[in-house]
Design a protein around this ligand. Structure first.
Ligand code: VGL
Ligand code: ZN
Length: 189
C-alpha cells in the first residue's frame, strides 16, 4: 500500500451478513476486513481513504421476489439490514459512502453506479483523491464485488482483491468470480 492507495468495502451490511440474504463466510470476512483496515492505518503518509458501498433499496425494488424477481427483500432503506456492520463504523466517512439500488426500476450490482450525498461517483472521488491502487473487499463476491472490480479495472485502476475479506452466495460462484476478476487483470491476494 502507498499514498495512492484506497480501500473499497462493498456491501458489508447486516442483511448480507446475518439477515435475509446472509452470505457464506460473512462474519469471517468482516473480521478480516477490520484486521486489514487496522493494519493499514498510520502509514508515514497517513491513512488510506476507506470508501464504503451500500446497497440501499426502496421496498418495491425490482430485484425482490415480491416483484417476481431474484432476491428476498434486503437492504431496504432505513432498516437495520441496510446498515454497515458495527465493527466497521469507526472507518466510515459520509463523503466516502456510496449508495446504489435506490431506483426501484434498476438493479445496480456495481459500486461504480452508486452516488455519495454530494452525487459524486466512486470513480470521481477516487480520481479527486489521486488514488490508483484500489484494494477491494466485501459481499457478495459473485455479484457486487465482481461488478465493482470489473468497472474499476475498465476505468483504469490497479485492483487488488482481498480474498479472505469476501463473502458469497455460493462457493462455486465465488471461485468462478475470482477466476474472472483475475482474467480481467485484478490481483488476488
Ligand atoms: C447484492 C444481491 C442483491 C450484492 C446486492 O451486494 O452482491 N447481491 N443485491
Ligand atoms: Zn440488492
Amino acid at each position: 500500500m502507498n499514498r495512492n492507495s484506497a480501500i473499497v468495502v462493498v456491501d458489508m451490511l447486516y442483511d448480507f451478513i446475518d439477515g435475509t440474504l446472509a452470505c457464506l463466510n460473512a462474519e469471517d470476512a468482516v473480521e478480516h476486513t477490520v484486521s486489514f483496515l487496522k493494519a493499514n492505518e498510520n502509514h508515514t503518509w497517513g491513512n488510506p481513504p476507506v470508501l464504503f458501498i451500500r446497497d440501499c433499496h426502496p421496498s418495491n425494488h425490482c430485484s425482490f421476489k415480491s416483484m417476481g424477481v431474484d432476491w428476498p427483500e434486503h437492504c431496504v432503506e432505513g432498516t437495520h439490514g441496510a446498515q454497515i456492520h458495527e465493527k466497521l463504523l469507526g472507518f466510515v466517512n459520509e463523503d466516502l459512502t456510496f449508495f446504489k439500488g435506490k431506483d426501484p426500476s434498476k438493479e445496480q450490482y456495481s459500486g461504480a453506479e452508486g452516488l455519495n450525498a454530494a452525487s459524486q461517483t466512486l470513480v470521481d472521488v477516487l480520481n479527486i483523491l489521486d488514488c490508483e491502487n484500489i484494494y477491494v473487499c466485501g459481499i457478495a463476491t459473485e455479484f457486487c464485488v465482481l461488478n465493482t472490480v470489473e468497472d474499476l479495472l475498465k476505468a483504469g485502476f490497479a485492483v487488488t482483491v482481498l480474498q479472505d475479506c469476501l463473502a458469497y452466495v455460493s462457493k462455486d460462484g465465488h471461485d468462478a468470480a475470482l477466476k474472472e476478476m483475475k482474467k480481467s487483470g485484478a490481483k488476488i491476494v
